[in-house]
Design a protein around this ligand. Structure first.
Ligand SMILES: NC(=O)c1ccc[n+]([C@@H]2O[C@H](COP(=O)([O-])OP(=O)(O)OC[C@H]3O[C@@H](n4cnc5c(N)ncnc54)[C@H](O)[C@@H]3O)[C@@H](O)[C@H]2O)c1
Length: 396
């Protein structure tokens, strides 16, 4: 693939490390950055033939097959519209829009232009997430009841994130977008998100946006998604997921406490991992960030899908649904009520009812629970189907 990278900052460089890593045949052929020195430096660092401070020039460059948007949130729509104008395949970092209205305009535009579109939600592509999602799809956890995702860290690294107008929101939008999509992948992307209850507050930072939030997302089949996000967490970046189903449980830790622990007095150390707050004492380095954060697997899916003429796992439609859920979270944080998820476009199932929780034990009883006790007795707790009476039986 021949790629134009828009933005030479934090994520643009992570993406470039992934796209051009491992002797890849994919290549960034044009870099756009606001400042010439940044564009030039990026071009030197990654061997990019063309650099410019004109966004349209980069997109329209004849060598470019696909455009990768790594710009601040308020610049996503402008860049997407230019890709539509020049009929270039486009992949965009998260969040797709600052709100659902913006995301929907982008979705409609790419579909009308008939161009390939991918939503760069790396955290559903991590090796652990991919394996876990596959296990859930295969039924290893039974019916999914609850999917919790947590992303907390000490706050982002650039000025624009902290400006409500440019960023479009605080921790809910910046981090909640990851968590919501992770939960959707476990619960089922075709299951309608119905309503959201959210608490949000600005607890620490001198900003207008929220720096901490917790929310519940209710799905039509009765499953519950939960996100916990913060820009005020101390101790690095915490990326953890928990999934609970009728037949099993998954716990994932993508960053802290991954099984790699190191102690150093601080001598000879520098970069440890994204948003690590210390380079001495007990540390939790990440073996291969670009891989462990899912970037490699995400770009493989994007580029292979493009070549094979199919949609990738994550498209602008997913980005739009995520934005709609987060809009409801903002509404709920304000109203302190459950707020509906407003989806003008919904392509999944509708009218999915909550599955019955009644499991028959025999003709007369439902099974509540069975257990082998420490004193060797096998017990069942049953509910009479007619009288509703709960009884226990000790089995031989
Ligand atoms: N894991 C992830 O998927 C992940 C991680 C970090 C950031 N992001 C997303 O990537 C995007 C960029 O974030 P970042 O962390 O790279 O930010 P950054 O500030 O490090 O880099 C942004 C880039 O855009 C340029 N830029 C800034 N303001 C601009 C403007 N007004 N017009 C044109 N260019 C401008 C900057 O010069 C820089 O090259 C955001 O949408 C963010 O949410 C995603």
């Amino acid at each position: 693939m021949k790629i134009a990278m828009l933005g030479s900052g934090f994520i643009g460089r992570f993406y470039a490390d992934s796209i051009q890593g491992q002797r890849s045949r994919d290549k960034i052929v044009s870099i756009y950055s606001r400042r010439e020195e940044s564009a030039k430096k990026f071009a030197e660092d990654y061997g990019v033939a063309h650099y410019t401070t004109n966004m349209e020039e980069s997109i329209a460059h004849p060598d470019v097959e696909m455009v990768c948007i790594s710009l601040p949130n308020h610049k996503h729509e402008e860049a997407v519209m230019l890709c539509c104008k020049h009929k270039k395949a486009v992949i965009c970092t998260k969040p797709l829009g600052r709100n659902a209205a913006e995301a929907l305009r982008m979705l409609k535009a790419v579909e009308q232009a008939g161009i390939f579109h991918g939503y760069l939600e790396d955290l559903v592509y991590t090796p652990k997430s991919s394996k876990a999602i596959e296990s859930v799809r295969n039924g290893a956890l039974g019916r999914i009841l609850w999917a919790k995702s947590r992303e907390t860290h000490p706050g982002p690294h650039s000025d624009w994130f902290w400006d409500l107008e440019q960023a479009g929101g605080g921790a809910i939008l910046d981090l909640g977008c990851h968590c919501v999509e992770i939960a959707r992948c476990y619960i089922g992307k075709d299951i309608l998100p119905v309503e959201v209850m959210c608490w949000a507050d600005t607890q620490v930072k001198p900003i207008d946006a929220e720096d901490h939030a917790i929310a519940l997302v209710k799905y039509e089949n009765g499953a519950i998604g939960q996100f916990e996000v913060s820009w005020t967490f101390r101790g690095g970046m915490d990326l953890r997921d928990e999934v609970m189903g009728t037949e099993g449980t998954i716990w994932i830790n993508n960053f802290l406490r991954t099984g790699f622990e190191m102690f150093t007095t601080g001598k000879g150390t520098n970069y440890v991992a994204e948003k690590a707050e210390s380079s001495s004492g007990w540390l939790f380095p990440v073996g291969d960030e670009v891989n462990d954060l899912g970037y490699n697997h995400m770009f493989t899916d994007m580029f292979s899908s493009y070549e094979q003429g199919r949609a990738p796992r994550e498209t602008f439609y997913d980005g739009y649904v995520v934005n709609a859920i987060l809009d409801a979270a903002y509404a709920s944080a304000k109203s302190k009520l459950w707020e509906p998820v407003k989806l003008e476009v919904w392509r999944g199932k509708t009218g999915v009812h909550k599955d019955s929780h009644l499991e028959s034990y025999d003709a007369e009883h439902y099974l509540v629970k069975e257990e082998l006790t420490h004193y060797g007795a096998k017990k069942v707790i049953l509910k009479n189907k007619t009288t509703g009476k709960i009884v226990e039986r000790v089995l031989e």
